[in-house]
Design a protein around this ligand. Structure first.
Ligand code: WTA
Length: 626
């Protein structure tokens, strides 16, 4: 573990001068079934990246078996249920190992094998983490789909990866609601032909329909024992697929591989959070997102830490749930999203103050830029000016944290993610693609691979190349803008593409537009983000309808329903404006920049609109807005 600023600086120099040597040193502390022959080979122009070439391992042996000799009875997963009076579960490393092995055997007994894709659509219960690890145990590629996605979105993801198995539950508890997961899964499976087995966990005990491919999880578990050999995986074999939104309608299945992902998530977890042996670490994300994969499951377990899984939401049964849970379990590390902080910050601070938060040592933030107000509120009311805040910048594509301070070791700066971690060679580019030296603002890019960079988009390597390696040849292009201060600290300024981050969720505007355009009355639409107090960004949809005389209230409702059905409730636009036209260039391209300014009410920053094909629609939209 890096213990001082000078050690950090030294690690950065070593990782930059000799990446192969640096990362092979880090990788050596893991259990490899056979060692790698070459540390790194890459070419961004293909693009191709390989780490720990020829090395053989199983990530679950590193997350589980390795700790059995030293700390079998330490809590690996601490589960806090949705219902505060419900049963807390503490799974020791030994118990978790056993349950992963049993579940892995259950998957094998039902036909799963190395290389198969298994879709996981489950609530935040221990079985979700166990299912993820069980897939990894047998070398099946897990594809977790967040349980808030709709049947259409689930089906699209199952079909994209031709999954042969689906793991789901009867339902899930989420605050005061229950979500009928099995019902949604059934609807999805109507349009999926590759799934031949659906294992159903009992969670809510609600009634479900039963199909011939369905099997009860608990019944299948009874048939297997708990000895399960770990599949031998090549360092570059896929570990999982995780979908993220993009600038076209189709979600991108980012592919992460075993060796590099393990080494990098473990290394960054250890150094960024500085977890000590008796600490209790809580990341509030859902395992359906990359944050949950890397920093609820793999990173903490690879380090032998205690990781908390929370089934519920911050507002249930009351708005102090986060703080209540922190006090109840004496949480030492609390890692959440700015949108949650902004939502809680609106309420009386007595909600925080009534709980004893003295166990907290480190706070974290992820998912979007954290604004100054939220940062200071977090620091003052949660951290009591006594806890370093790590603002961690990274992506589904990067697998692990790339820019962040190390808690208590490197300096923090409010609203800045600060310095790139060792081995992460960031640059700022101007619009021409030239590197900006020193202080400045531009496009963030990375000029050398780190071990957990996604290797491809499932089934579409060409798209992987186009999205991430073509705009600025020779660099990985994450799609974010940033500014850099004189000390080299980075502050992420937001997306520079057509992805909008709403309440920490990445939403491509294109798939939402496609969904809206499905409505029979809609001719064309454009969706943009605009600033929102709590969500960070909200969505505004400009919609052209066939008949301007239609009942706009009912059409707006139908559009929202259509979006919820196709993508999920998180993608429903906050504002829908029925317009007669969209501002377009003479070549017919929609001027999204203008729509963004209009949605934000920044009428004085529209720039020259006289070159538009139809400048009059701008006035119309302004009138509608007011
Ligand atoms: C944004 C989440 C500013 C960014 C781990 C990135 C951030 C996108 C931060 C990836 C941060 C994430 N500061 N912006 N600390 N963390 N982002 O794939 O725009 O869900 O490109 O991964 O979130 O979102 P994703």
């Amino acid at each position: 573990m890096i213990k001082s600023l000078s050690e950090f600086k030294q690690a950065k120099v070593q990782a930059e001068e000799n990446p192969g040597g640096f990362w092979s040193e880090v990788a050596r502390e893991f259990h490899w079934k056979s060692p790698w022959k070459q540390t790194l080979d890459y070419d961004f122009s293909i693009p191709e990246v390989k780490w720990f070439i020829g090395g053989k391992l199983n990530i679950t042996e590193n997350c589980l078996d390795r700790h059995l000799a030293t700390q079998p009875n330490k809590t690996a997963i601490l589960f806090e249920p949705n219902d505060p009076t419900g049963e807390v579960q503490r799974l020791t490393y030994k118990e978790l190992h056993t349950r992963v092995c049993q579940t892995a055997n259950m998957l094998r007994a039902n036909g799963a094998k190395k290389g198969d894709r298994i879709c996981i659509y489950m609530p935040m219960v221990p079985e979700l983490a166990i299912a993820v690890l069980a897939c990894a145990r047998i070398g099946a590629i897990h594809s977790v789909v967040f349980a808030g996605f709709s049947a259409t979105a689930l089906a699209a993801r199952i079909n994209d990866a031709s999954c042969s198995m689906l793991l789901t539950a009867d339902g899930g508890f989420r605050g005061a609601k229950t979500i009928a997961l099995k019902e949604i899964a059934d609807e999805a499976l109507n349009s999926c032909s590759t799934v031949n087995c659906c294992l159903v966990l009992q969670r809510t005990q609600q009634e479900v329909q039963w199909n011939f491919i369905d099997k009860w999880w608990h019944e299948e578990l009874e048939k297997v024992d708990d000895n399960c050999s770990a599949e031998v995986m090549d360092s570059e074999d896929p570990l999982f697929i995780l979908y993220t939104s993009g600038s076209t309608g189709k979600p991108k299945g980012m592919v992460h591989t075993c060796g590099g992902y393990m080494v990098y998530t473990a290394y960054t977890f250890k150094n960024v959070f500085q977890c000590q042996p008796n600490d209790v670490y809580w990341c509030t994300a859902d395992i359906g997102w990359i944050t949950g994969h890397s920093y609820i499951v793999y990173g903490p377990l690879a380090n032998g830490s205690t990781t908390v899984m929370f089934e519920g939401v911050p507002s249930y049964p009351a708005l102090d749930r986060f703080w209540e849970v922190c006090a109840k379990h004496k949480i030492t590390h609390f890692y959440t999203a700015p949108t949650a902080i902004r939502a809680l910050e609106k309420h009386p601070t007595s909600l925080v103050e009534k709980h004893d938060l003295s166990s907290l040592k480190v706070l974290g933030s992820v998912g979007e830029p954290i604004n100054a107000e939220a940062w200071h509120w977090y620091d003052e009311h949660v951290g009591k000016h006594n806890c370093p805040i790590v603002d961690t910048w990274w992506q589904t594509e990067t697998g692990g944290i790339l820019i962040s301070s190390l808690a208590g070791v490197t300096p923090q700066k409010p609203t800045f993610a600060t310095l790139p971690l060792p081995g992460v060679q960031t640059v700022l580019l101007n619009n021409e693609g030239d590197e900006i030296e020193g202080e400045g603002e531009g496009i963030l890019a990375i000029k050398h691979p780190w071990p957990s960079i996604a290797r491809t988009i499932w089934g579409d390597h060409e798209r992987y190349k186009n999205v991430y390696f073509s705009a600025y040849p020779g660099y990985y292009f994450p799609g974010d803008g940033a500014l850099r201060d004189a000390d080299g600290n980075y502050r992420i300024t937001g997306r520079v593409d057509d992805v909008v981050i709403v309440s920490g969720h990445n939403l491509g505007t294109a798939p939402i537009e496609n969904a809206i355009n499905e409505h029979p009355e809609v001719v064309e639409s454009a969706v943009v983000g605009f600033p929102h107090d709590i969500k960070g960004n909200a969505l505004c949809a400009y919609v052209i309808v066939r008949d301007m005389g239609v009942d706009s209230i009912s059409i707006e409702k139908e559009i929202r329903e259509e979006v919820a059905k196709t993508i999920g409730p998180i993608a429903k636009p906050d504002r829908i404006l029925i317009v007669s036209g969209l501002p377009k260039t003479r070549s017919g391209k929609i001027m999204r920049r203008i729509l963004r300014k209009l949605a934000a009410g920044e009428y004085d920053q529209l720039g020259d609109i006289s070159t538009l094909l139809n400048p009059e629609v701008v006035e119309e939209i302004k009138r509608q807005n007011s």
